[in-house]
Ligand binder design. Structure first.
Ligand SMILES: C[S@@+](CC[C@H](N)C(=O)[O-])C[C@H]1O[C@@H](n2cnc3c(N)ncnc32)[C@H](O)[C@@H]1O
Length: 205
């Protein structure tokens, strides 16, 4: 498989007729598969050793499928109770997804075991991290809940592992605050923020 995947590579062998039947007017495989392919290039996944990957908010599963095509071991997590269509889509794409709603009370399901090399969270909905009702728009007061959730998720990374998150920057610029991330990560690793991409690299052993 070409290490520089395209959207078309990602759906190669997938029943596109069935996949299209699941799309709404906002979801088109070309867009989301192209984004997933872009993430694999940005993260240089085509050139890395096989990694264990967990994609939070995996939706249709394009990113997981892209990782698998590049030789990685990828699983998704998504709230299938809210969007059962993702179960069908990930079935078509051959992606394993843990049905779970990420929250501060229970960040990851019991079915997620062991440690990962890469945990991704791309354009993940925000009200997500608590069972409490947060009135929109969510503001900086939400940070402690969010930070606690992410802090727990970071514990599931191997030494040297990477957390890669894309924030809905236009709506929640307060999340891209270096000081807040640095404090949350502490001496476990280093955080970096470039535009709306937030990464945390866990310290090597
Ligand atoms: C905007 S979509 C992004 C999908 C994909 N990651 C991408 O970048 O194209 C957000 C995804 O996060 C999922 N999601 C939102 N809140 C969640 C939660 N608390 N637990 C699990 N999944 C959640 C949604 O169901 C949806 O699939």
């Amino acid at each position: 498989m070409n290490s520089r995947l395209t959207a078309t590579d990602i759906v190669d062998g997938v029943n596109l007729r069935k996949l299209r039947a699941l799309e709404s007017k906002f979801t088109h495989w070309q867009t989301y598969a192209a984004e997933a392919a872009g993430h694999t290039r940005r993260l240089r996944l085509g050139a890395s050793k096989p990694l264990r990957v967990l994609d939070l908010g995996s939706a249709f599963g394009y990113f997981c499928r892209a990782c698998t095509l590049l030789g990685h071991d990828a699983e998704g997590v998504d709230d299938l109770a809210v969007a059962p269509v993702y179960r069908v889509a990930t079935g078509l794409l051959g992606v394993y997804v843990h049905a779970h709603r990420v929250s501060v009370e229970k960040p990851l399901p019991d079915t997620v075991t062991g440690l990962y090399d890469l945990i991704t969270m791309h354009c993940f909905g925000l009200p997500c991290c608590s069972r409490q009702e947060f009135k929109r728009p969510i503001g900086a007061e939400f940070w402690p809940v969010y930070a606690e959730t992410i802090s727990q998720i970071l514990r599931r990374l191997k030494p040297g592992g990477l957390f890669d998150s894309i924030i809905h920057y236009d709506r929640v610029g307060w999340l891209c605050d270096r000081m807040k991330w640095a404090k949350m990560v502490g001496d476990r690793g280093t955080g970096s923020i470039e535009g709306n991409i937030v990464q945390v690299k866990i310290r090597e052993g």
